[in-house]
Design a protein around this ligand. Structure first.
Ligand SMILES: *Cc1c(COP(=O)(O)O)cnc(C)c1O
Ligand SMILES: [Zn+2]
Length: 555
């Protein structure tokens, strides 16, 4: 259905307004190439609009009034968007976060949030009757455009930088795209693709500089607002989170999402804008480095030291300025995390919450862990993470060499009994190292998590107590080898438990480890350092270090 609407573009640099249909790619006044779409929002009655939206299918096209298309018949869709907002239990608990939500963009048709960009951009190309399109991509954009291009009959020329995993290029190739791998960086590849498009007279997709792309990304903000409204307040109104976090390369996602939240604020659908946590890979972190120097302009990075090519934009240009301004106005932080931290975070998230993400998203979770430890993100903050991509094509780096056990059945008879001696030996070893641990923790998910870690790593018997009083009863009864306790609990808190144990001759020598998210006064700190064996911040036990420490205490 053709929709009568006017879309105006406003220059993000000088504010000049241009009609979308007449736009040639640059602001006619100042030459800027990042412009923002403006709709006639005053013509939309928010109450009526919300009622209509509720009855539409849960794809991102339910917000088509605020998307840059003129005829809904042109929509090229694979039912993208409408991804779930999943509450994290175990990871949230281990970080001491009570409201950690995962926007699961892995569930898009090609496994990343680039599906949003592809559906809107390819739809716009169809409206413009474009047959061929050129993109530079580190993988996900090309895969998504290839799939949507195939559906629309648009031919894709995809240029990839050297470090792109073959599996990603192959996936784009499956949909019929032309695959061109360069020996250069991502920034060089973008330039090459632009030259190629110019020489061949083909349409170049400009990514962050394309109106369709930023407008597509903003739909994630609309969905989050709508979903949080249902989760937190029965859907009576929409809600913005306190924090939105994403691993950032060119910045297309957060710029689009910022635009979405601003529009929702304009409609009166939400009452504030979220702070942004923007995480880069420390091997290629031009935004973070500029932010740490207090600068609004980033110094480009020539070569990335990170294997995470998805986040390898060395020169963010104006995108950083826009995000820097957003953070100055609305709060937030730029943080970096190493490849190693990212891979560790992937492992932790997969094991705790059953969600397997790609390295670029691992960077986001590593950044989350850092920001929680720095106290930037508080226990009661509502935090939404863009779970931007699925790990599927790149799982090789995570499990290492020994991930698989091979059973050679060619020679040995499969019916041979297991030698009894070996069996006895194994059992006696297990018995020999059995240790009893009491965990006192009122947060159920955190308690379950700790006991799971302990039970899996060590032949230990774990006793759970949900408050200090029952914890003390168990301790008196079984005389454990180790006590792990939280501090903040109703009635008998952790301090009281420690005091009681240290004052009781029969319990005095049992090692005590404190795990807490509490900010300590000097007095409390002194008390704990004198009376316990170890203090751990919540969140630290998602490191392998934590396990080593505990195993040390047990031996
Ligand atoms: C593209 C991409 C990013 C980075 O997105 P930008 O918003 O463009 O910086 C992060 N994660 C994944 C999985 C991506 O595909
Ligand atoms: Zn301008």
């Amino acid at each position: 259905m053709a929709i009568k609407k006017q879309i105006l573009l406003e220059c993000t640099n000088c504010g000049t307004v241009i009609d979308f249909k007449e736009f040639k790619g640059l602001c006619p006044q100042c030459g800027e190439n990042i412009v923002e779409a403006r709709y006639e929002l005053e013509k939309i009655n928010p109450t009526e609009w919300l009622a209509q939206i509720k009855n539409r299918p849960p794809t991102l096209w339910r917000y088509h009034e605020v998307l840059p298309i003129f005829d809904t018949d042109n929509i090229v869709s694979l039912d993208e968007g409408g991804t779930p907002l999943i509450k994290s239990h175990a990871l949230g608990a281990s970080l001491g976060l009570n409201h950690l939500y995962l926007k699961d963009e892995r569930q898009g048709p090609t496994g990343s949030f680039k599906d949003r960009q592809a559906t809107v951009a390819v739809t716009a190309l169809k409206e413009m009757a474009v047959d061929d399109v050129v993109v530079a991509s580190t993988g996900n954009v090309a895969i998504a455009y290839a799939a949507y291009g195939a559906r629309a009959g648009i031919h894709l020329w995809a240029f990839f930088p050297q470090l792109t995993p073959n599996d990603k290029m192959r996936e784009a190739g499956i949909y019929g795209a032309e695959i061109i791998k360069t020996t250069g960086t991502y920034d060089q590849t973008k330039e090459l693709a632009a030259n190629f498009a110019r020489a061949k007279g083909l349409f170049l997709d400009k990514g962050i500089k394309s109106v369709a792309a930023t407008e597509a990304m903003k739909t994630m903000a609309y969905e989050i607002g709508e979903q949080l409204g249902v989760i937190l307040e029965d859907g009576k109104r929409w809600r913005a989170p306190d924090w939105f976090l994403q691993g950032v390369s060119g910045g297309l996602g957060p710029i689009g999402i910022a635009k979405g939240f601003r529009e929702m604020l304009g409609f009166g659908l939400i009452d504030k804008l979220p702070a942004f946590g923007l995480i880069q890979s420390s091997g290629c972190a031009p935004m973070v480095e500029a932010f740490n120097r207090g600068q609004r302009v980033a110094t480009p990075i020539e070569t990335s030291d990170s294997v995470i090519v998805t986040l390898a934009t060395g020169n963010p240009g104006r995108a950083y300025e826009i995000l820097y301004d957003y953070v100055q106005e609305n709060g937030g932080h730029f943080e970096s995390a190493s490849d190693e931290e990212a891979f560790n975070a992937i492992r932790v998230l997969a094991r705790l919450d059953g969600i397997s993400v790609e390295p670029a998203t691992g960077v986001t979770f590593a950044g989350l862990i850092r920001m929680v430890r720095q106290g930037l993100i508080k226990p009661d903050d509502v935090v939404v993470i863009n779970v931007s991509g699925h790990t599927l094509p790149v799982e090789k780096r995570i499990l290492g060499e020994q991930w698989q056990k091979v059973l050679d059945l060619s020679r040995a008879s499969t019916t041979a009994p297991v030698p009894e001696d070996d069996l006895n030996l194994a059992v006696s070893q297990i018995e020999g190292t059995l240790r009893r641990v009491v965990v006192i923790e009122d947060n159920e998910a955190a308690a379950r998590l700790m006991s799971r870690i302990l039970e899996s790593r060590k032949n230990s018997e774990v006793y759970l107590a949900h408050n200090g009083e029952s914890g003390l009863n168990i301790i008196r009864e079984i005389h454990p080898d180790l006590v792990i306790t939280d501090l903040m609990m109703p009635d008998v808190d952790g301090f009281k438990v420690i005091e009681t144990m240290r004052g009781d001759e029969t319990l005095r020598d049992i090692p005590i480890v404190v795990v807490s998210a509490k900010e300590l006064t000097t007095k409390e700190r002194t008390f704990l350092s004198e009376n316990t064996d170890m203090m751990l911040q919540k969140g630290s036990f998602i490191d392998d270090d934590f396990l080593e420490i505990l195993i040390d205490k047990l031996n």
